[in-house]
Design a protein around this ligand. Structure first.
Ligand SMILES: *[C@@H]1O[C@H](CO)[C@@H](O)[C@H](O)[C@H]1NC(C)=O
Ligand SMILES: *[C@@H]1O[C@H](CO)[C@@H](O)[C@H](O)[C@H]1NC(C)=O
Ligand SMILES: [Zn+2]
Length: 229
């Protein structure tokens, strides 16, 4: 499916979600409403928009990125909570089983289309909430790469996102690993969905070879060679 499918899929996935899936609540809690970034969140992004995109993104992750049409394959939750919090050091962070903190300092300093950029961040953080991580054994570079893969897949990348072939290591993380995963998807359809499924209870680097027939280091060399590096 083409990258622009993120918005096109909204209607489809909402109609799927109306039967079969028990109500999953999306909560937004602005606990920094008096700070400049908290005020800006309320004025420019707001609760209704945030709740709406949390639902859209949840369905996009389940049905498009991870191909989890069977609820038994999905990480099932009663709620996802997005906290708007004053903190430094990151734009956002997923924590616990079902929580996301978004930094008011990040929101305060955003330039350009706030809702669009906030959606990019939420695509990344919501992926953390719903991805399998080998019960904590998956390396963080791959975890972050899959989160950025969702952003890439949804055609929601920001300026400066890695180009195909960029980077030094397959498990460098974020946009570099996302581009490598995009390449793996080109070799084996739905590679990321299949890899995620394998990582439900444990992680093994051999999953790359199980899925493609090639060890991850060979895949990385061939990927770099393809783009002339
Ligand atoms: C991706 O988004 C950009 C604008 O952000 C747009 O110009 C481009 O056509 C989109 N690509 C696809 C494949 O939809
Ligand atoms: C997120 O914010 C909540 C509310 O302030 C706080 O209790 C929690 O520790 C924060 N989590 C992280 C990982 O910073
Ligand atoms: Zn992350």
């Amino acid at each position: 499916m083409a990258p622009h499918s993120f918005f096109l899929c909204t209607f489809l996935t909402f109609s799927i979600s109306f039967h079969g899936i028990a109500a999953l609540e999306y909560r937004v809690i602005n606990i920094a409403a008096a700070t400049p970034g908290g005020i800006r969140f309320n004025n420019k992004i707001g609760y209704p928009f945030t709740k709406k995109i949390m639902g859209t993104i949840n369905n996009y992750i389940w049905f498009v990125v991870f191909q989890q049409n069977d609820p038994a394959d999905q990480k099932q939750l009663d709620s996802v909570n997005t906290y708007i919090v004053e903190f430094e050091g990151a734009e956002g962070i997923a924590w616990g089983n079902n929580n996301i903190n978004v930094s008011t300092i990040y929101i305060k300093d955003l330039v350009g289309d706030l809702k669009w950029q906030f959606t990019s961040l939420m695509l990344h953080e919501m992926t953390h909430v719903f991805q399998w991580n080998g019960e904590g054994t998956t390396p963080s570079g791959l975890i972050e790469g899959i989160a950025d893969y969702t952003v890439l897949r949804a055609n929601h990348t920001q300026w400066g996102f890695a180009n195909p072939g960029d980077g030094d290591r397959w498990d460098q993380g974020y946009d570099v690993t996302a581009r490598f995963l995009e390449y793996c998807d080109g070799i084996i359809p739905f590679f990321v969905a299949k890899l995620n499924k394998l990582m439900r209870v444990t992680y093994d680097v051999k999953y790359f070879e199980d899925l493609t027939g090639k060890p991850v280091d060979q895949l990385w060399h061939e990927y770099k060679a393809k783009y002339g590096h």
